[in-house]
Design a protein around this ligand. Structure first.
Ligand code: ATP
Length: 196
């Protein structure tokens, strides 16, 4: 079984592409959702996060992500500390999850910050989902009901597509013209025949 990382900037269409892979029977690990779940439940993360931000950062067992976002936005050291607490636990969780799918030809790990978090080292091949910047901004504004500035400030914390594509093995263009399903089917064929 080979392990494929799938990434792309905010609004690129990663989740949309992953849903197509799922219809083909490919297991997908959604790292962002999984790390949010672990942040609220894993004792090692909870104690680390509390020692970084104080006990009040959890209300009714849920991390106050808005507050954390505001704090780390202004303090890169705290962001690095936070990542040092969360990422090893997610990496371990992914290993455990992927072992359950040993009988599949490949599994996907979907992560917006696959490169930025260092998680790319844990996978055998990397796929980047790419879309034009303006299209990504419009999609996210529409999907989340947020302003252009909100989207751009989230984008500014991520690598741009060119950097990601340059370090990837495969690219899926998720724009309005290229047929996404056809690209996914083509890549699926390649991956089931790949030896890692
Ligand atoms: P995020 O990192 O913010 O979670 P994402 O990369 O997972 O974003 P999606 O949620 O898959 O992106 O897509 C963003 C929005 O764009 C969604 O509303 C989705 O329905 C739409 N979208 C994605 N791909 C296409 C496409 N090829 N054509 C039209 N709309 C698309």
């Amino acid at each position: 079984m080979i392990s494929i990382g799938i990434t792309g900037g905010i609004g690129s269409g990663k989740s949309t592409v992953c849903k197509i892979f799922e219809t083909l029977g490919v297991p997908v690990y959604y790292a962002d959702a999984r790390s949010r779940m672990l942040t609220d439940s894993h004792p090692q993360i909870i104690s680390g996060v509390k020692s970084l931000f104080g006990g009040q950062i959890y209300t009714q067992g849920k991390l106050d992500r808005k507050r954390v976002g505001e704090v780390v936005f202004k303090n890169k050291n705290l962001l690095n500390e936070l990542n040092r607490i969360i990422h090893p636990v997610v990496a371990e969780d992914y290993i455990h999850w992927s072992r359950q799918h040993f009988d599949k030809p490949y599994v996907l790990k979907e992560a917006a910050i696959l490169f930025e978090s260092g998680a790319y080292k844990q996978v055998d091949k990397i796929v980047t989902v790419s879309a034009p910047r303006e299209l990504k901004i419009m999609r996210v504004m529409q999907r989340d009901g947020v302003t252009r500035e909100d989207v751009m400030s989230r984008m500014n914390n991520q690598w741009d597509d060119e950097q990601k594509v340059a370090k990837s093995d495969y690219v899926i263009y998720c724009n309005d013209t290229d047929l996404v399903v056809t690209q996914v089917l083509g890549l699926h064929e390649k991956l089931i025949n790949s030896k890692g």
